[in-house]
Design a protein around this ligand. Structure first.
Ligand SMILES: [Zn+2]
Ligand SMILES: [Zn+2]
Length: 269
Protein backbone atom coordinates (compact mmCIF):
# COMPACT_ATOMS: atom_id res chain seq x y z
CA UNK A 1 0.00 0.00 0.00
CA UNK A 2 2.80 2.34 0.92
CA UNK A 3 4.64 1.62 -2.33
CA UNK A 4 1.53 2.35 -4.40
CA UNK A 5 1.05 5.60 -2.49
CA UNK A 6 4.70 6.47 -3.12
CA UNK A 7 4.30 5.94 -6.86
CA UNK A 8 1.21 8.11 -6.98
CA UNK A 9 2.99 10.80 -4.98
CA UNK A 10 5.96 10.80 -7.37
CA UNK A 11 3.61 11.13 -10.33
CA UNK A 12 2.00 14.11 -8.63
CA UNK A 13 5.22 15.92 -7.75
CA UNK A 14 7.23 15.33 -10.93
CA UNK A 15 5.32 18.17 -12.67
CA UNK A 16 6.20 20.44 -9.73
CA UNK A 17 9.91 19.67 -10.12
CA UNK A 18 9.52 20.13 -13.89
CA UNK A 19 8.01 23.57 -13.30
CA UNK A 20 10.95 24.69 -11.16
CA UNK A 21 13.42 23.05 -13.57
CA UNK A 22 11.88 24.79 -16.59
CA UNK A 23 11.42 28.24 -15.04
CA UNK A 24 13.97 28.70 -12.28
CA UNK A 25 17.00 26.50 -12.88
CA UNK A 26 20.28 28.32 -12.43
CA UNK A 27 22.43 25.89 -14.40
CA UNK A 28 22.20 23.20 -17.08
CA UNK A 29 24.34 20.15 -16.35
CA UNK A 30 25.93 17.76 -18.78
CA UNK A 31 25.11 14.20 -17.81
CA UNK A 32 28.52 13.20 -16.45
CA UNK A 33 30.20 12.09 -13.22
CA UNK A 34 30.58 15.65 -11.97
CA UNK A 35 26.86 16.33 -12.22
CA UNK A 36 26.12 12.99 -10.52
CA UNK A 37 28.51 13.85 -7.67
CA UNK A 38 26.95 17.30 -7.18
CA UNK A 39 23.43 15.82 -7.28
CA UNK A 40 24.38 13.07 -4.81
CA UNK A 41 26.01 15.43 -2.28
CA UNK A 42 23.31 18.12 -2.60
CA UNK A 43 20.48 15.63 -2.16
CA UNK A 44 22.19 14.02 0.82
CA UNK A 45 22.57 17.44 2.48
CA UNK A 46 18.88 18.15 1.82
CA UNK A 47 18.03 14.74 3.29
CA UNK A 48 19.92 15.74 6.44
CA UNK A 49 17.86 18.96 6.63
CA UNK A 50 14.62 17.07 6.00
CA UNK A 51 15.46 14.44 8.62
CA UNK A 52 16.50 16.97 11.25
CA UNK A 53 13.30 18.97 10.63
CA UNK A 54 11.35 15.69 10.90
CA UNK A 55 12.49 15.43 14.50
CA UNK A 56 12.03 19.11 15.38
CA UNK A 57 8.75 20.07 13.66
CA UNK A 58 5.67 18.21 14.80
CA UNK A 59 3.97 18.36 11.38
CA UNK A 60 6.85 16.33 9.92
CA UNK A 61 7.35 14.19 13.04
CA UNK A 62 3.73 13.04 12.67
CA UNK A 63 4.83 11.09 9.59
CA UNK A 64 8.36 10.19 10.71
CA UNK A 65 7.25 8.80 14.09
CA UNK A 66 6.07 5.64 12.35
CA UNK A 67 9.66 4.74 11.44
CA UNK A 68 10.82 5.31 15.01
CA UNK A 69 8.01 3.52 16.76
CA UNK A 70 9.61 0.11 16.33
CA UNK A 71 11.38 -1.28 19.37
CA UNK A 72 13.31 -3.59 17.06
CA UNK A 73 16.31 -2.58 15.03
CA UNK A 74 16.60 -4.76 11.96
CA UNK A 75 15.84 -4.61 8.26
CA UNK A 76 12.10 -4.71 8.96
CA UNK A 77 12.49 -1.31 10.67
CA UNK A 78 13.69 0.14 7.36
CA UNK A 79 10.41 -0.86 5.70
CA UNK A 80 8.36 0.72 8.44
CA UNK A 81 7.50 4.00 6.75
CA UNK A 82 4.51 6.30 6.85
CA UNK A 83 2.00 6.67 4.04
CA UNK A 84 1.81 10.30 5.04
CA UNK A 85 5.22 11.60 3.91
CA UNK A 86 3.69 13.09 0.72
CA UNK A 87 1.11 14.95 2.84
CA UNK A 88 3.72 16.06 5.35
CA UNK A 89 5.66 17.49 2.40
CA UNK A 90 8.89 15.49 2.14
CA UNK A 91 8.88 16.24 -1.60
CA UNK A 92 9.23 19.98 -0.94
CA UNK A 93 12.78 19.42 0.35
CA UNK A 94 13.94 18.23 -3.10
CA UNK A 95 12.72 21.32 -5.02
CA UNK A 96 16.15 23.01 -4.64
CA UNK A 97 17.60 20.18 -6.75
CA UNK A 98 15.38 21.27 -9.65
CA UNK A 99 16.52 24.86 -9.13
CA UNK A 100 20.14 23.63 -9.19
CA UNK A 101 19.36 22.29 -12.65
CA UNK A 102 18.66 18.59 -12.18
CA UNK A 103 15.82 17.08 -14.25
CA UNK A 104 12.87 15.59 -12.30
CA UNK A 105 13.69 11.97 -13.17
CA UNK A 106 17.22 12.36 -11.81
CA UNK A 107 15.79 13.85 -8.62
CA UNK A 108 13.48 10.87 -8.12
CA UNK A 109 16.35 8.46 -8.87
CA UNK A 110 18.78 10.02 -6.41
CA UNK A 111 16.16 10.11 -3.63
CA UNK A 112 15.46 6.40 -4.18
CA UNK A 113 19.21 5.62 -4.19
CA UNK A 114 19.66 7.49 -0.91
CA UNK A 115 16.71 5.71 0.74
CA UNK A 116 17.88 2.37 -0.71
CA UNK A 117 21.30 2.80 0.94
CA UNK A 118 19.63 3.43 4.27
CA UNK A 119 18.04 -0.01 4.24
CA UNK A 120 21.44 -1.50 5.09
CA UNK A 121 22.09 0.56 8.21
CA UNK A 122 19.12 -0.96 10.04
CA UNK A 123 20.91 -3.87 11.69
CA UNK A 124 22.49 -4.86 14.97
CA UNK A 125 24.71 -7.51 13.41
CA UNK A 126 27.42 -5.11 12.20
CA UNK A 127 29.65 -3.46 14.83
CA UNK A 128 31.57 -0.20 14.60
CA UNK A 129 34.10 -0.07 11.79
CA UNK A 130 37.61 0.18 13.22
CA UNK A 131 41.26 -0.27 12.28
CA UNK A 132 41.88 0.24 8.62
CA UNK A 133 38.12 0.60 8.05
CA UNK A 134 37.70 3.18 10.85
CA UNK A 135 37.55 6.05 8.32
CA UNK A 136 34.17 4.74 7.15
CA UNK A 137 32.58 5.99 10.40
CA UNK A 138 33.80 9.51 9.54
CA UNK A 139 32.36 9.59 6.03
CA UNK A 140 29.33 7.31 5.76
CA UNK A 141 26.25 6.57 7.81
CA UNK A 142 26.82 3.10 9.32
CA UNK A 143 24.74 0.62 11.34
CA UNK A 144 26.44 1.83 14.55
CA UNK A 145 25.70 5.49 13.73
CA UNK A 146 22.08 4.76 12.83
CA UNK A 147 21.51 2.57 15.93
CA UNK A 148 22.24 5.72 17.93
CA UNK A 149 19.63 7.60 15.87
CA UNK A 150 16.95 5.03 16.76
CA UNK A 151 17.80 5.02 20.46
CA UNK A 152 15.80 6.82 23.12
CA UNK A 153 18.62 7.00 25.69
CA UNK A 154 19.13 10.62 26.78
CA UNK A 155 22.63 10.82 25.31
CA UNK A 156 21.48 9.47 21.95
CA UNK A 157 18.14 11.18 21.37
CA UNK A 158 17.93 13.56 18.38
CA UNK A 159 21.37 12.68 17.07
CA UNK A 160 22.85 11.22 13.87
CA UNK A 161 20.41 12.34 11.18
CA UNK A 162 22.63 11.17 8.32
CA UNK A 163 21.26 9.67 5.13
CA UNK A 164 24.33 8.38 3.29
CA UNK A 165 27.08 10.78 4.45
CA UNK A 166 27.65 11.38 8.16
CA UNK A 167 29.77 14.47 7.45
CA UNK A 168 26.67 16.69 7.94
CA UNK A 169 26.17 15.49 11.53
CA UNK A 170 29.84 16.08 12.24
CA UNK A 171 29.73 19.55 10.63
CA UNK A 172 26.49 20.69 12.26
CA UNK A 173 27.06 19.29 15.75
CA UNK A 174 24.46 16.51 15.82
CA UNK A 175 26.91 13.58 15.88
CA UNK A 176 27.40 11.20 18.80
CA UNK A 177 29.30 7.89 18.98
CA UNK A 178 27.67 4.63 19.98
CA UNK A 179 29.09 3.91 23.44
CA UNK A 180 29.54 0.19 24.18
CA UNK A 181 28.87 0.95 27.88
CA UNK A 182 25.43 2.29 26.99
CA UNK A 183 23.62 0.05 24.52
CA UNK A 184 20.84 1.78 22.55
CA UNK A 185 17.29 1.28 23.79
CA UNK A 186 15.08 1.41 20.70
CA UNK A 187 11.65 2.93 20.16
CA UNK A 188 9.64 5.79 21.58
CA UNK A 189 7.82 6.04 24.91
CA UNK A 190 4.10 7.03 25.02
CA UNK A 191 3.14 3.54 23.84
CA UNK A 192 0.27 3.13 21.41
CA UNK A 193 -0.27 -0.54 22.23
CA UNK A 194 -1.64 -1.32 18.81
CA UNK A 195 -0.85 -3.75 16.04
CA UNK A 196 -3.06 -1.79 13.67
CA UNK A 197 -0.93 -0.12 10.97
CA UNK A 198 -3.63 2.48 10.23
CA UNK A 199 -3.70 3.54 13.87
CA UNK A 200 0.07 3.69 13.85
CA UNK A 201 -0.01 5.88 10.74
CA UNK A 202 -2.67 8.31 11.88
CA UNK A 203 -2.24 8.40 15.66
CA UNK A 204 0.00 11.49 15.77
CA UNK A 205 -2.07 13.30 13.12
CA UNK A 206 -5.22 12.74 15.20
CA UNK A 207 -3.44 13.92 18.33
CA UNK A 208 -2.25 17.02 16.46
CA UNK A 209 -5.78 17.78 15.21
CA UNK A 210 -7.16 17.47 18.76
CA UNK A 211 -4.48 19.82 20.06
CA UNK A 212 -5.18 22.41 17.34
CA UNK A 213 -8.87 22.28 18.21
CA UNK A 214 -8.34 22.59 21.96
CA UNK A 215 -5.46 25.10 22.00
CA UNK A 216 -6.48 28.65 22.92
CA UNK A 217 -5.29 31.40 20.62
CA UNK A 218 -3.63 31.34 17.24
CA UNK A 219 -0.09 31.10 18.67
CA UNK A 220 -0.77 27.84 20.46
CA UNK A 221 -2.73 26.46 17.51
CA UNK A 222 0.30 27.07 15.31
CA UNK A 223 2.58 25.57 17.98
CA UNK A 224 0.41 22.45 17.99
CA UNK A 225 1.29 22.04 14.31
CA UNK A 226 4.83 23.29 13.97
CA UNK A 227 6.59 23.43 17.35
CA UNK A 228 9.01 20.64 18.31
CA UNK A 229 7.18 17.50 19.44
CA UNK A 230 8.28 18.36 23.01
CA UNK A 231 5.72 21.19 22.98
CA UNK A 232 2.90 18.68 22.52
CA UNK A 233 4.03 16.51 25.44
CA UNK A 234 4.28 19.61 27.61
CA UNK A 235 0.85 20.79 26.45
CA UNK A 236 -0.67 17.39 27.25
CA UNK A 237 0.97 17.45 30.69
CA UNK A 238 -0.41 20.93 31.37
CA UNK A 239 -3.90 19.86 30.32
CA UNK A 240 -3.70 16.80 32.55
CA UNK A 241 -2.55 18.99 35.44
CA UNK A 242 -5.34 21.48 34.67
CA UNK A 243 -7.89 18.68 34.73
CA UNK A 244 -6.75 17.41 38.12
CA UNK A 245 -5.96 20.70 39.82
CA UNK A 246 -7.34 24.20 39.84
CA UNK A 247 -3.81 25.62 39.95
CA UNK A 248 -2.27 26.28 36.55
CA UNK A 249 0.57 23.90 35.75
CA UNK A 250 3.89 25.45 34.84
CA UNK A 251 6.27 24.18 32.26
CA UNK A 252 9.55 23.13 33.78
CA UNK A 253 12.76 21.83 32.37
CA UNK A 254 11.90 18.56 34.04
CA UNK A 255 8.77 18.31 31.91
CA UNK A 256 10.90 18.73 28.83
CA UNK A 257 13.46 16.19 30.07
CA UNK A 258 10.67 13.77 30.86
CA UNK A 259 9.34 14.35 27.38
CA UNK A 260 12.66 13.59 25.80
CA UNK A 261 12.52 10.18 27.41
CA UNK A 262 8.87 9.75 26.46
CA UNK A 263 8.87 11.07 22.95
CA UNK A 264 10.60 8.30 21.08
CA UNK A 265 9.47 4.99 22.43
CA UNK A 266 6.12 3.93 21.11
CA UNK A 267 5.41 0.32 20.38
CA UNK A 268 3.07 -0.19 17.51
CA UNK A 269 2.41 -2.59 14.68
ZN1 LIG B 1 14.68 9.81 12.33
ZN1 LIG C 1 16.08 4.40 10.54
Amino acid sequence: MQQAADKLAWLAVIPVYAYFYDHYRVHTWHADWLSFAVLFVAQDLLYYVFHRCSHRVRWLWAAHVVHHSSERMDFSTAFRQSLMYPVAGMWVFWIPLAVLGFPPKQIVAIVLINLGFQFFVHTQTVGRFSGKFGWIEYVFNTPSIHRVHHARNDRYIDRNYAGVLVIWDRLFGSYVDEDPREPPVYGIVEPLYTFNPLKATFHEWASMARDVASARGMRDKLRALFAPPAWAADYHARRMAGATSAAPARTTNNDMAAFSARRRPQKIL
